[in-house]
Ligand binder design. Structure first.
Ligand SMILES: Nc1ncnc2c1ncn2[C@@H]1O[C@H](COP(=O)(O)OP(=O)(O)OP(=O)(O)O)[C@@H](O)[C@H]1O
Length: 231
């Protein structure tokens, strides 16, 4: 599975934030996306996730198998965007996982094990029945990641998952992300804190002067991105 974007212009009405000639995100890729505040990182991730329309250009999802007739949106449960301040559903912690489970194509008998694993991974084990609204900001982010882990997407777009977290929560989040990555999930992760994220990622992209560039070379404009491009 691969997301491919070409001739993309990201922005709002008359405001152009970012030009991208061509990019791809495939399973197994891991990319750290950086850029100044307001440079358009969130907007780019939203365009890639299909949550926002680019000004021009298109984003396509390439799969190795046909989408079943009953699945109107082929990216549902396959490409997941994690918001900076994740939205949690009304109800308890378990309800939030239950919702995510509907998007997972897995045997029903594996559900309880998946829930337990997901909550243990983010340090929320044993708190299934607590109201999601009563969780702290850091715990909410951790639950959102557990929810994402339950889905087991093929591609994920993580928007500042470490922002406003203490070091314990950051470590738990990075651990869960690393496990998804080990399962082959491709990812773009934005973070102003390179510590921990840089080590996880094989590629570094940087938004500079409205262009997407390789982080280690401000002159190398990104054309065909992904694992192979960077060798
Ligand atoms: N719905 C919107 N309508 C108009 N402008 C918007 C909208 N959403 C974001 N913007 C503007 O687009 C610019 C880029 O925002 P975006 O959130 O993509 O940047 P970012 O690189 O993720 O920033 P940060 O590092 O602060 O999270 C900002 O100036 C923002 O005000």
């Amino acid at each position: 599975m691969k997301l491919i974007a070409s001739d993309l212009q990201v922005g709002y009405q008359q405001t152009l934030l970012l030009n991208v000639d061509h990019l791809s995100l495939a399973e197994g890729d891991s990319i750290h996306l950086q850029g100044a505040n307001g440079s358009g990182k969130t907007s780019l991730l939203k365009c890639l996730a299909g949550l926002q329309k680019p000004l021009t250009g298109q984003v396509q999802l390439q799969t190795d198998w046909p989408t079943p007739w009953y699945r109107r949106n082929p990216s549902l449960g396959q490409v997941v965007y994690l918001h900076q301040s994740p939205y949690l559903f009304e109800g308890n912690v378990r309800d939030n996982l239950q919702f995510a489970w509907r998007l997972r194509q897995a045997q029903p008998h594996t559900r309880e094990q998946a829930f337990t694993q997901a909550l243990d991974l983010v340090g929320l084990g044993g708190r299934e029945l607590e109201s999601a609204n009563s969780l702290s900001g850091g715990e909410r982010k951790r639950l959102a990641l557990a929810r994402l882990w339950v889905v087991q997407p093929r591609l994920m777009l993580l928007d500042e998952p470490l922002a406003n977290l203490d070091t314990h929560s950051q470590r738990l989040i990075l651990q869960a992300v690393a496990q998804l990555q080990a399962n082959g999930c491709g990812m773009i992760i934005t973070s102003h804190q390179p510590q921990g994220v840089s080590e996880l990622c094989q590629s570094h992209w940087h938004i500079d002067n409205r262009e997407l560039r390789r982080g280690d070379s401000p002159t190398a404009k990104v054309h065909s991105l992904g694992k192979n491009y960077y060798g």
